[in-house]
Design a protein around this ligand. Structure first.
Ligand code: OOG
Ligand code: MG
Length: 262
């Protein structure tokens, strides 16, 4: 933890301002090359504290960089965890204002809602499925605050893992009788198929991403609470979008999620 609390607060303010004013900034490891994993989560925590202090509420937990396709696209090999807030929520079929964002990309994700809290360490696919109330299809709109969407592991963690907007849609389904590994995902942009995936693209089973989040929180003495919504991470590479684009993602057995960018 080479950074002092003053620098952590300063970097949190800097990155949150970049988000709120939709302005790209240099990745923070350019100026702070020694920034480590704990510093990065401390900056993210401070960003989240600032939001909660202004009345924002946590809407979802997220795991990211959980598929090979995403890891390869971003050049980062380790899953990351972040928080999504109520003001980031967009209704299924709704409009997303690109003027409020820097360089958005969309990701198709299987989301979990828990009926019981999930407390690590030692969570696995079975403990996640046992604690799951239902799964829903989701699209996350990520928007790195870093120039050219280029970052390293610690700078993306500090930037609250690029959280920006999200849409939950389709059908809520009990996991009983669903094979989340073979569940197919088709992403269409302006009617054209732009990405294909199956649930197993996410760490072999999307529940593994939820287990990893629970185990990560356990190391901080925290758990995922009952009722929480958790986005398990993009199953394919993320697709850039701009004003005028329409996105529709079809999830096998879970319906569709769609949105328009204006
Ligand atoms: C980091 C966030 C990745 C996912 O689902 O993989 C993420 C990024 O790629 O900007 O949310
Ligand atoms: Mg994501």
């Amino acid at each position: 933890m080479p950074l002092d609390t003053h620098t952590i607060a300063q970097l949190a303010e800097h990155l949150e301002n970049a988000e709120l004013t939709a302005t790209a900034v240099a990745k923070i490891t350019d100026a702070h090359p020694d920034l480590d994993w704990d510093d990065a989560y401390a900056i993210q925590d401070e960003i989240c504290r600032r939001k909660v202090g202004r009345g924002a509420r946590v809407a979802a937990f997220k795991a990211g960089l959980t598929s090979r396709a995403k890891m390869k696209q971003m050049g980062v090999e380790t899953p990351v965890f972040g928080l999504i807030f109520d003001y980031m929520s967009v209704a299924d079929g709704g409009e997303i204002k690109t003027a409020e964002l820097i360089h958005p990309k969309v990701e198709a994700e299987i989301a979990f809602v828990l009926k019981q809290p999930l407390r690590g360490p030692g969570c696995n696919v079975a403990s996640v499925l046992a604690a799951t109330d239902f799964v829903v299809p989701a699209v996350e709109i990520i928007d790195s605050r870093y120039e050219n969407f280029r970052f390293d592991l610690t700078s993306v963690i500090a930037d609250n893992t690029s959280s920006s907007r999200f849409v939950v849609g389709g059908v809520a389904r009990n996991v009983e009788g669903l094979d989340l590994r073979t569940l197919g995902i088709v992403m269409e942009k302006n009617g054209e198929v732009v990405a294909l995936a199956a649930g197993a693209a996410v760490l072999g089973h999307p529940a593994v991403a939820v287990a990893a989040l629970a185990n990560h929180l356990a190391a901080r003495g925290e758990a995922i609470p009952a009722g929480a919504l958790i986005l398990s991470g993009g199953a394919s590479e993320a697709i850039p979008v701009g004003a005028g684009d329409a996105i529709c993602v079809r999830f096998q057995d879970l319906g569709t999620v769609s949105m328009r960018f204006v």
